[in-house]
Structure formats: structure tokens, C-alpha cells
Design a binder for this molecule. Structure first.
Ligand SMILES: [Zn+2]
Length: 469
């Protein structure tokens, strides 16, 4: 019987192989990539020349410029005016074969952090491109480079002419760096017509040699730590500097701060980090593989190593950070009030109320007063999700990349999107060295041209995977 079936099986396998070979060609191979790189570079150079330092931001001019460029390509674009020269840009590529799923939003912000021009090797708002093709300017990474990647990918998707199952909406908002009013007002005033199901925003990036030399670690942000910003104040009798007395405000404050500084947070490994560790482990061999994949070794070796580095320690603990002191006036005058500013960042599972109780218990002085300046809990989007899978595939389409979910230590406009039910992911598809990462908000911010092109390729791959065909 078996012998008789064998030729038939071989025929079927042969047929299957033939079908596999006849797969449709990769749509990305139909793109003129040198032309796309030149177009994206031109857009970024122009965008960097708008000085959108926040405050005052003055993003409306840059938003209007992009709207004109998009309209010229047949992409509907509008400005959401915020007054005082500020505006959000909203552009839409509608679905042509709607699946009923909510829109996919491509999010960025148009404002930038301030730049001390005298510390830069190139002027921060000149949009210079050097001999290697590197594009210099404030916002090249944070985050006008991403705005351009999103626009270029949208334009290429439209030109490819594939049927689109979902609307793709570009949201390039104002005032992310300081007060987040752009995104908050967009949600308050325009949300019913946007209402996206997923958003791709800043928050994750490919880190060259992130954990191991020769490998790019690409944490894709699925959530952001919460925050509790506090003013802690001590009161006492005002008096003369010549005579120290017990219970003076500065003294009481310092004693409390000393106790707060002794805070030793317990490391907590969020489930997303376990997934990321496992994915890293799968790419390693020998002891490295064991350390990343075995829970006991993870706890004993990996976690203690992460706790020793301030950057990774912040990712696995609730942090308590004394960031400012207020109240001193003159050296010979004891003030009646002395205060400290605290920035606490909270992992999922720690509420702002719990952290406040922890701070009070540590400070151990019932006479102190606490003013909450800002508070919100950590938020996490599920990563068991087709858009998240598309981001991982796009990241790992480049060689020697390992991607997986992570919680960001800082927050972005995604916190407001998650509040209205959006699944938001941080995915800036550039590979950056530690030195390049350090230029965000610092001098010499720049983006290598090959990363701009690679970013467009990755974002187009995501769009084709999520809405194309
Ligand atoms: Zn940013």
C-alpha cells in the first residue's frame, strides 16, 4: 500500500513546491528605492529647517508645509488649529477594501527640544546633509525623522496601488515635548473622526550592540511606566542663621530626604521583559542562552547585572528620584518652608497611591506635606496582536536583529491614546549607536541616510502587512 502511495505523495509534494515558488513577488521590490531615499531626505531637510523648538513650538508652518506636500500627492490633509501658531496635522489614506477594522494611526510630534547651537558641529536648524549623506538637525531622531518615515511609507503604499483594508491616518502633533497639549486636544476635539484601533509612535528603537556586540536589540514599546511627581515640604520656625535650633524646615527636609535616598526597590520583571529575554536567548548559544532562558539563572545572574546599571535598573524597578530643592533664600535666614521635588516612575502594578504611601512611610515624618504635581498609572497594550507581530517581522527583516516587547521608562503621547482604548506601540525603525541615541535632546542630533531608507522600508513593510491586500 505504502509503495503504491509513494509516487502520489511525491507528486503532491512536488505540486506544493511548485505552488510555493509561484508566490506573489514582494511588493516592496517594486519600489524605486534610490528615488524614495532622495524624496525622504528632501522632506526631512525641509522639515528640520522649521525651528519648532517648544515652547513656543510654532508647529503650524511645518504642519502646513507637510499638508501641501501630501495634498499634492492626493492624500487628504488638514490642520487642527490650536492657536498661537500651533497646529496638529491629520492626513488620511482611506481604505479601498474596508475590513471593518479601525484605522491604523502613524503618530509623531512636530515640536522639538531646545538646542544649544554653540555646542553643535552643524547648525541645528539648517537641515545640512554631509558628504556621507547624514542629515543633521534638531529633531532628526526625536522625531521629525519618524514623521518623514511615516509620510514616505504612506505615499509609497498609495503608489503601489494595493487594496487597503483599513484607513491609515497620519497624526503629526504639536507640543509633545512640554505639555502634551497637541495630542490631548486632538483627542478631546477630533477623536470621533479618527478613532484608530492601533497606533505606531515613538518609544522603541533598534540599539546597535544593545546587549551583545554585532546584534541589534530592538525593544518595541508596548507600555510606559506611570509617574508620580511630588513636592515634599517641611515647615518650621523661621529664624537667624547664627543659631541652629532643632526642627528647622531645611533640617527636617534633609533628614527625610536622607531616608528617601536609602530606598532600595525590589526588581520586578514584567512579563514583556520575560518574552524579550526569551527571544534574545533563542539567538544565543551556550551559557548566554541558558542565562536568558532559564528562570533561575535569569533571577540570579541577569537581574543582578541589570540592577547594577542605572539605565536597566530603571526598567525593572519603581524609581524614586530627588530632582529639585526649593526654599533657600539667604545664607543667614532660616526659611519657614523647605521643599524637594520628587519624580517617581512606576512599573505596571504599582499605583500612584501605593507609591505615595511608600514615600510617606520612608520619609517617616508626619509633619511633612505632600503636593501631587502629576500622577498616572503605567499602561500596557497587549502584544498578542497582529500589528505588534507585523512590527516584530519588520524589525527582524534586517539581519542580526532581535525584537520583542518592552515597557518604556519614559512616557510619550501614547499614554493618552491608550486611555481611549488604542493599542499603541513604540517603534522607530532606525538602528542607532549608543552615541547617536545620546544626541536626542543633546548636541549633534542626526540620522544616517541609510537608516532613513531602512526606516521607510520597515514602515512600508508594516503597512503592507497590516492593511495591504
Ligand atoms: Zn519625542
Amino acid at each position: 500500500m505504502r509503495l503504491t502511495l509513494l509516487p502520489l505523495l511525491l507528486t503532491l509534494i512536488g505540486a506544493a513546491a511548485t505552488v510555493a515558488v509561484a508566490e506573489p513577488a514582494d511588493p516592496l521590490s517594486g519600489v524605486d528605492w534610490p528615488a524614495a531615499r532622495a524624496e525622504a531626505t528632501g522632506l526631512l531637510v525641509d522639515l528640520l529647517r522649521f525651528d519648532t523648538t517648544s515652547p513656543p513650538g510654532s508647529e503650524a508652518e511645518a504642519a502646513r508645509y507637510l499638508a501641501v506636500r501630501l495634498e499634492a500627492e492626493g492624500v487628504a490633509a488638514e490642520l487642527h488649529d490650536l492657536g498661537e501658531g500651533r497646529a496638529n496635522l491629520i492626513a488620511r489614506l482611506p481604505a479601498t477594501a474596508p475590513s471593518g477594522e479601525g484605522p491604523l494611526c502613524l503618530v509623531s510630534h512636530l515640536d522639538v527640544a531646545s538646542a544649544e547651537a554653540e555646542r553643535w558641529r552643524q547648525p541645528p536648524f539648517a537641515g545640512r546633509v554631509d558628504a556621507e549623506g547624514t542629515i543633521w538637525g534638531r529633531g532628526a531622531l526625536d522625531m521629525k525623522g519618524m514623521t518623514v518615515v511615516e509620510i514616505e511609507a504612506m505615499l509609497l503604499l498609495k503608489r503601489l496601488g494595493l487594496p487597503r483594508s483599513r484607513d491609515v491616518i497620519l497624526l503629526a502633533v504639536a507640543d509633545e515635548e512640554v505639555n502634551n497639549t497637541g495630542m490631548q486636544r486632538l483627542i478631546a476635539e477630533r477623536w470621533p473622526s479618527i478613532n484608530c484601533a492601533h497606533a505606531i509612535n515613538e518609544g522603541g528603537v533598534g540599539i546597535i550592540d544593545g546587549l551583545f556586540p554585532g546584534q541589534v536589540l530592538f525593544p518595541i514599546s508596548v507600555g510606559e511606566k506611570g509617574a508620580l511627581w511630588l513636592r515634599v515640604s517641611a515647615e518650621g520656625k523661621a529664624g537667624h542663621g547664627s543659631t541652629p535650633l532643632p526642627d528647622e524646615a531645611p533640617d527636617r527636609l534633609l533628614a527625610a530626604l536622607e531616608r528617601l535616598r536609602a530606598y532600595e526597590p525590589e526588581p520586578q520583571v514584567h512579563p514583556s521583559l520575560k518574552v524579550l529575554f526569551a527571544r534574545v536567548g533563542e539567538t544565543r548559544r551556550g551559557l548566554e542562552r541558558l542565562v536568558f532562558t532559564r528562570p533561575l539563572l535569569q533571577r540570579t545572574l541577569l537581574i543582578s547585572a541589570l540592577m547594577k546599571n542605572p539605565l536597566t535598573r530603571a526598567a525593572i524597578t519603581d524609581t524614586l528620584h530627588i530632582t529639585g530643592l526649593e526654599g533657600a533664600h539667604q545664607p543667614n535666614v532660616v526659611p519657614s518652608v523647605a521643599s524637594a521635588l520628587l519624580d517617581c516612575r512606576l512599573l505596571p502594578g504599582t499605583s500612584p497611591e501605593e507609591m505615595l504611601a511608600r514615600v510617606k512611610a520612608l520619609a517617616a515624618d508626619d509633619g511633612l506635606t505632600y503636593t501631587v504635581l502629576n500622577e498616572f498609572a503605567a499602561q500596557v497594550s497587549p502584544w498578542d496582536d497582529p500589528v505588534f507581530d507585523a512590527l516584530v517581522r519588520a524589525a527582524e527583516a534586517r539581519p542580526n536583529v532581535v525584537a520583542g516587547p518592552a515597557i518604556s521608562v519614559g512616557f510619550t503621547d501614547s499614554i493618552f491614546l491608550r486611555e481611549v482604548g488604542v493599542r499603541a506601540y513604540g517603534f522607530v525603525p532606525f538602528h542607532l549607536t549608543a552615541e547617536e541615541l545620546g544626541t536626542m535632546h543633546g548636541p549633534d542630533e542626526r540620522l544616517r541616510a541609510e537608516e532613513l531608507e531602512a526606516g521607510v522600508r520597515a514602515m512600508l513593510g508594516v503597512l503592507v502587512g497590516v492593511v495591504g491586500g
